[in-house]
Design a protein around this ligand. Structure first.
Ligand code: AMP
Length: 279
């Protein structure tokens, strides 16, 4: 595995690879890698000649009161995991390389970015869309791989790629979970022992909603009620939002159907967690 820090060097390398007809699969991450990330890398390996993983904790997507400084960083372990999962190139740019002095251009995917996670995290998706488009321009992948875990992010990135004629495919892969159902996340490390066990309520609640739907109840209000009831049983869970939405427009649905997404954000103790399920 090659490790490249410099943007110009990665661009030179990609140009050469593309000239020899290689397909590039790209997995952007913020590091603190877990099996969720590794599943994207392993899948990318099956669909591309060269797998490129980036690790960049993107300051532009953190709010002023968020955990940018505390965000877990462990480059040595991440390097080992990447190599083991079959990564060919690991790209680890520095913040000044991505946001040099005088940086002024941002990407806003309007309408999709201000709702759901965007309400509690204003500017978050502007930071995400901007860095992802920059990385796409640098890496020029044929395919990029994202996790369903961050469902709203996948919708925003797909919209951006379509709207801005970015010539590549976005592949979304299923959420990888712990044995008890908790969606893997770099932020799970923040959870205390008690909060870690309480955190299972998100997926438990989502599954209750799905069972109701599968039993023939399509009324979104009914599904919402069951989910809220399950979440209320967990005293350390503080619901931020529960959205039952269309998978592309993210508009609230009154009648759930196949493809409808149920998404939750909740605080467990002091840790903010998200999860979702596609019906
Ligand atoms: P992050 O490092 O949190 O920015 O995530 C990098 C990529 O990994 C994103 O596409 C995430 O959606 C994806 N990802 C994070 N957690 C999981 C998970 N539990 N299962 C699948 N993909 C995930």
């Amino acid at each position: 595995m090659r490790i490249i820090q410099s943007t110009s060097e990665i661009q030179r390398t990609i140009t050469q690879l593309r000239q020899t007809g290689k397909t590039i699969g790209f997995v952007p991450t913020m590091g603190a890698l877990h099996q969720g990330h590794l599943s994207l890398i392993e899948h990318a390996k099956k669909e591309s000649d060269v797998v490129l993983v980036s690790i960049f904790v993107n300051p532009a997507q953190f709010g002023p009161k968020e955990d940018f400084n505390q965000y877990p960083r462990d480059m040595q372990r991440d390097t080992e995991k990447c190599s083991h999962a079959g990564t060919d190139i690991l790209f680890t740019p520095s913040a000044p390389d991505i946001y040099p002095e005088g940086f002024r251009t941002y990407v806003s995917v309007e309408g999709l970015s201000e709702i759901m996670c965007g309400q509690a995290r204003p500017g978050h998706f502007r930071g995400v869309a901007t860095v992802v488009l920059k990385l796409f321009n640098i890496v020029k992948p044929h395919k990029a791989f994202f996790g369903q875990k961050d469902f709203q992010q996948t919708v925003i990135i797909k919209r951006m790629v379509k709207d801005l004629n970015v010539n590549m495919n976005i592949v979304v892969l299923p959420t990888v979970r712990e044995a008890d159902g908790l969606a893997m996340s770099s932020r799970n490390q923040y959870l205390s022992k008690e909060d870690r066990s309480a955190a299972t309520c998100l997926y438990r609640a989502l599954k209750k909603g799905r069972s109701l739907f599968e039993d023939g109840n399509k009324d979104a209000d009914k599904i919402r009620e069951v989910i809220l009831h399950t979440l209320r049983e967990e005293p350390s869970a503080h619901l931020e939002y529960l959205a039952i939405v269309h998978p592309e427009t993210l508009e609230e649905e009154t009648i759930a159907g196949k493809g409808t997404v149920i998404a939750i954000a909740a605080g467990i103790g002091t840790t903010r967690l998200i999860d979702n399920i596609i019906l």
